[in-house]
Design a protein around this ligand. Structure first.
Ligand code: ADP
Ligand code: MG
Length: 590
């Protein structure tokens, strides 16, 4: 082995840069975060060739002292913390003091800065990290602009990993979107190859902020999302979460912020997935923009060089809080909330029902009722005349209105204050029976059943220890487990309803959940799966004709059932067509 020698500063910084600077987008993130920390409320981003050639960020923030310019480029030099105490309560985006030095070691970096009250601006170049020339006077508005050119010119091995200009530019815009979501009070503009490509104006109130979210998440999300605002003494979760019916094929529209920092976190993803699991179609992903706030001392932000991960002081509490907040918002989203939501976006010129797929499903030529059916369909109108008169007072209590009739024995048509409601009978009934069965089941006592042949399983030592230490934890969810060796456990009893399931993988999943999250929903999920399939078989099949009172009973059931807006497979159970939508079919008032 060769002898130990100290690395040169340049090489040390280049190695450090490996963690912070992966691609142009990571440079952008660091520079913009510096501008935010400097108190800027206007930030302009200039990109050339997808960031391969140039990434320049200019702000109107506090500026840097002339004499600090050299320091800013040294590693472990920061104005943001001075002690360990500061670190524990850090509220700035940066604090590690290594971004500028890392970037300077792998690219050509120029800083121009003018302090707010100063008449002179100063510029410093770090083309050669070993010898920094003194700052020179230059022209510059109050604030700072940092220009990074020829990324990785000095590390060809890393330059190879850069993707096409287009791909890198996509990453750059994605980074900007994340930051723009979290800092509405800042104006951002993005210029690519001298063309203005994006602008987020300063968002003053809630309404302008919604507009910004809209421009990032899209109209469909805005119209198919619920507002979430939930807090306890020391935690707060707020933002917008997509309805289960707005499920995506990937996780692209998932933005989760912890104290303003975007993060990707396994614990959080797990909590969100659990919250949605019962209402989301298998393999689909929810969309959301959620902001978690907690005291800085309860979250360690210094666990990842790019600060994209955090560590919570009490992960179990955070997991339960996030899951509960989302679940509760879904559960509480009764039809009337969605009607209000619909009203809230009603001032948009391009009108559309809250359910984004509606127009695609609408085919006028398909409506072909036979005469007999037409008569049958109008009959209830006459029968329900009295009810219609009572309707006005009842509108508040019966948001889904009163049944008019049935279409092809598949849909129930109902009239309410807002216009017309279409209900998928089978889907709605299935959801209702499922919720009823679930409530009955989970409120009852869990019957356990001994296995004819107890099952011996190999597990990790930690898991075996858990079984030995806390058998009651498992007993509570219907599992009787014993430790029989260092890495061996025995499954003796299971919930009776699950007796025919794959006990081995179920038990292993439960253990895995407990060891990671201190809680497990797996048993409940599996029971729910069985109940769901029972509900599906028991549900009114589409194609059966219902009487008007049966239809009205179904409408009342939907109103009173949790999560009734979507069926067990995540499809919507009903849609609202407003007066305006109906009018627009006939170009009325246009
Ligand atoms: P950190 O942000 O962790 O402190 P950086 O290497 O990103 O480390 O920046 C070093 C220092 O340079 C910062 O602490 C700050 O004082 C100064 N600085 C960097 N960018 C700006 C800016 N846009 N405006 C004002 N000061 C800045
Ligand atoms: Mg920084």
């Amino acid at each position: 082995m060769p002898r130990i020698k100290q690395l040169s500063r340049q090489l040390a910084n280049q190695i450090a840069a490996g963690e912070v600077v992966e691609r142009p987008a990571s440079v952008l993130k660091e520079l913009v975060e510096n501008s935010i920390d400097a108190g800027a409320n206007k930030i302009e981003i200039n990109i050339k060739h997808g960031g391969h050639k140039q990434i320049k960020v200019s702000d109107n923030g506090a500026g840097i002292y002339r004499d600090d310019l050299k320091l800013a480029l040294l590693s472990h030099a920061t104005s943001k913390i001075a002690s360990l105490d500061d670190l524990e309560n850090v509220s700035s985006m940066g604090f590690r003091g290594e971004a500028l030095s890392s970037i300077a070691s792998v690219a050509k970096l120029t800083i121009k800065s003018r302090q707010q009250e100063a008449d002179t601006a100063w510029s410093i170049e770090a083309f050669d990290a070993e010898s920094l020339a003194d700052p020179k006077p230059c022209a510059q508005q109050p604030g700072t602009s940092v220009e990074v050119c020829d990324l990785f010119y000095s590390v060809p091995a890393r330059k190879k990993f850069l993707k096409t200009e287009r791909t890198e530019f996509t990453h750059l815009t994605e980074t900007l979107k994340k930051i723009a979501l979290a800092f509405p009070q800042i104006e951002f503009s993005l210029i690519h190859n001298n063309k203005k490509v994006k602008k987020f104006p300063r968002a003053e109130g809630q309404k302008q902020y919604q507009k910004r979210i809209d421009s990032i998440m899209g109209d469909e999300f805005m119209q198919s999302s619920l507002e979430l605002d939930y807090k306890t003494d020391d935690l707060k979760l707020a933002g917008l979460m997509g309805l289960p019916t707005f499920a995506r094929n990937n996780t692209a529209l998932q933005y989760f912020f912890v104290n303003g920092r975007i993060i990707r976190d396994r614990l959080i993803s797990h909590a969100v997935r659990q919250a949605y699991q019962d209402v989301l179609y298998h393999g689909k992903h929810p969309a959301f923009v959620l902001f978690l706030q907690l005291a800085p001392k309860n979250v360690d932000v210094n666990v990842h060089p790019a600060k994209s991960e955090v560590k919570f002081a009490s992960p179990g509490q955070i997991h339960d809080f996030v899951r509960h907040a989302i679940q509760k918002t879904i559960v509480d989203s009764k039809p009337e909330d969605r009607l209000t939501l619909n009203a809230a976006v009603a001032d948009k010129p391009a009108r559309r029902g809250w359910h984004p797929d509606f127009r695609r499903g609408f085919r006028q030529e398909k409506i072909s009722l036979s005469v007999k059916e037409q008569i049958k369909a109008y009959q209830p109108l006459v029968e329900d005349n009295l009810k219609t008169r009572l309707k006005d007072e009842a509108a508040q209590d019966y948001p889904l209105g009163f049944a008019l009739g049935q279409l092809h024995n598949i849909y129930v048509l109902s009239q309410n204050d807002q216009g017309l409601v279409l209900v998928d009978m089978h889907a709605a009934h299935e959801r209702i029976s499922y919720e009823k069965m679930k409530t009955a089941w989970h409120n009852g006592v869990l019957t356990m059943q001994p296995l004819l042949v107890p099952l011996s399983l190999r597990v990790s030592e930690l898991e075996a220890q858990m079984v030995e230490d806390t058998p009651e934890l498992f007993r509570k969810i219907g599992l009787k487990l014993d430790r029989i060796g260092i890495q061996q456990i025995m499954v003796r009893e299971v919930p009776a309803i699950l007796a025919d399931s794959d006990i081995e993988s179920l038990t292993l999943e439960v253990l895995n959940d407990f060891s990671q999250f201190n809680t497990s929903d797996k048993i409940k999920q599996n029971i729910n799966k069985i109940l769901a399939s029972m509900a599906c078989h028991g549900a009114v099949r589409a194609g059966r004709s219902l009487t008007i009172s049966e239809m009205n009973a179904l409408l009342r059931d939907i109103e009173n059932t949790e999560r009734s807006g979507q069926c067990n497979h995540g499809r919507p159970t009903w849609v609202q067509l407003g007066h305006k939508e109906l009018d627009s079919f006939f170009l009325r008032g246009q």
